[in-house]
Design a protein around this ligand. Structure first.
Ligand code: FRU
Length: 488
């Protein structure tokens, strides 16, 4: 470890220690989500199950609640529910990463936990340079940097060249990486390597203005590609999509293409792009495979430059968190995201259960269904034409279902740091089941076992603990709830 690295890590640890009381005093501090100890968190990185533990790293600026020269923070877990804080994994200490150890991924290489990430550098004139770097660890905790393995830009591309996601297949290493052409069109590039040191470009897999896509953004961040239940899926976070009806309403989006991946020629033939999450905060997700072969995705519950100067947590010296881990499945041509089963471990006490809940246009509460850290599950919903159902969470975030030919769903909340109300939208043919996870400052809503998902930060007055229901429906759903525990 170099002196600069040692110093940076020490300074970051000091800030975390000094600010701890202030951070912990925040009523919006989450109970069971991954958060930074202080400062700003963004993308999940290096997500892997390795030697019996899940390792999650994250983009982290310990020194301010703004973006800056990013570190890699690190937590680990055996069960995806209880997370242990690990020592800082990467600090931006070397010339090839001095303005940030940007996003990347992890892989096992001969028993070593191997990270590949982007070294971000800016010179005094503001020119950007990007280096793809590796770091290795024998114990999964202490990392030794190996410097850049790709130190030049592919021809025809700008220095917006980052976020390598690596995997191994039939003895060959592959990497997808976000890129931008000189014409400012977003791309995902595919590289391959026999030895993880010498990498060659196979081709641009997919991108803006490439058949069959039209204008599809000026930069694609954080790509990920995998095969799921026989279907190739490519995930990316394209920047620069114009909003279109009820789609692409956040500043930036994250979504997926089902398609066909041709690894030898470097071509991905895509189906239609679908946003992964229809809530207010979701970006830069990353997936990995669990010990038992499930594909598990975690996203950043934030969006770059979206209300980042107005979050109420800023005065407590921290901002942002990750989403809950979600298991991905491919069912009837659609990607489903269901909260991993392990999350049932969060439930405490007896379930509260109300059967045969009958309609009421006047909002009503159900005994025992209240609290700030809560899971609420509705089953047997079955709305008929003209039925509606509103669920009001803490007098702040409202989920509204309205059945016409299909079920239109609106999520409404107060603008962060403002008074106006704002909405996001989604739609499914029919709603059978709804699962809601409320933490102290977030809500994640899974419709029909994850056919449609809304993730949002939720800054309700901490005194408001009530959940109310209202609407007009004939079916008699079962509504259950569990108080969830604080895992910190
Ligand atoms: C996405 C992103 C990545 C980059 C990282 C920097 O949110 O912009 O493209 O590597 O954040 O923190």
């Amino acid at each position: 470890m170099t002196e600069t690295e040692k110093n940076l890590i020490q300074q970051a640890e000091e800030v975390a220690r000094d600010q701890r009381q202030l951070v912990d005093a925040d009523p919006y501090r989450q109970a069971f989500h991954i958060m930074p100890p202080v400062g700003l968190l963004n993308d999940p990185n290096g997500w892997i199950h390795w030697q019996g533990r899940y390792h999650m790293f994250y983009q982290w600026n310990p020194f301010a609640v703004t973006h800056g020269a990013k570190f890699w923070g690190h937590v680990s877990s055996t069960d995806l529910v209880h997370w242990m804080e690990e020592p800082i994994a990467l600090a931006p200490s070397e010339w090839y990463e001095k303005n940030g150890c940007y996003s990347g991924s992890a892989i096992d290489r001969d028993g070593e936990l191997t990270l590949m990430y982007t070294g971000n550098v800016k010179d005094d004139e503001g020119n950007r340079f990007s280096y793809q770097c590796t770091a290795v660890s024998r114990d999964g905790v202490h990392f030794k940097k190996q410097g850049p393995v790709i130190d030049s830009l592919p021809k025809g591309y700008t220095a917006h060249f980052r976020d390598p996601k690596v995997w191994e297949e039939d003895g060959v290493c592959y990497m997808v990486i976000g890129a931008q052409t000189l014409k400012e069109e977003g791309r995902v590039l595919l590289y391959r390597s026999e030895n993880f040191r010498d990498w060659s470009l196979v081709g641009p897999l997919i991108g803006s203005q490439q058949e069959p896509l039209g204008d599809f953004g000026y930069m694609w961040e954080c790509p990920d590609v995998f095969r799921l239940d026989g279907q190739d899926i490519l995930i990316a976070s394209p920047q620069g999509l114009a909003s279109d009806g009820t789609n692409y309403l956040n500043r930036f989006q994250a979504g997926y293409f089902p398609g066909t991946l041709n690894l030898s020629e470097g071509i991905f033939t895509p189906g239609a792009f679908t946003e992964l999450d229809k809530g207010f905060e979701f970006y830069a997700p990353q997936t990995t495979e669990s010990a038992d072969g499930r594909r598990i995705m975690v996203g950043w519950m934030g969006v770059p430059e979206q209300a980042e100067d107005r979050h109420p947590t800023l005065e407590h010296s921290w901002i942002h968190c990750l989403t809950l881990p979600r298991e991905l499945t491919w069912v009837n041509g659609k990607l489903f995201q269901r909260p991993v089963q392990e999350l049932e471990k969060l439930r405490t006490g007896n379930p509260i259960r109300h059967t045969g809940v009958t309609r009421s246009i006047a909002p009503f509460e159900l005994e025992g269904i209240e609290g700030r850290t809560l899971e609420v599950q509705l089953s047997g919903v079955d709305l008929q034409a003209h039925d509606y159902l509103d669920i009001n969470l803490h007098n702040e975030t409202v989920l509204k279902l309205s059945m016409m030919e299909a079920c239109d769903i609106t999520l409404e909340r107060t603008v962060i740091g403002g008074d106006a109300r704002e909405q996001r939208y989604g739609s499914v043919d029919q709603v059978a089941e709804i699962r809601i996870f409320l933490d102290r400052s977030s809500v994640e809503i899974f419709i029909n076992d994850g056919e449609l998902v809304f993730s949002s930060r939720h800054f309700a007055d901490p005194k408001n603990q009530a959940v109310t229901f209202a609407g007009d429906w004939l079916s008699e759903p079962v509504i259950e709830a569990w108080k969830l525990k604080d895992t910190r």
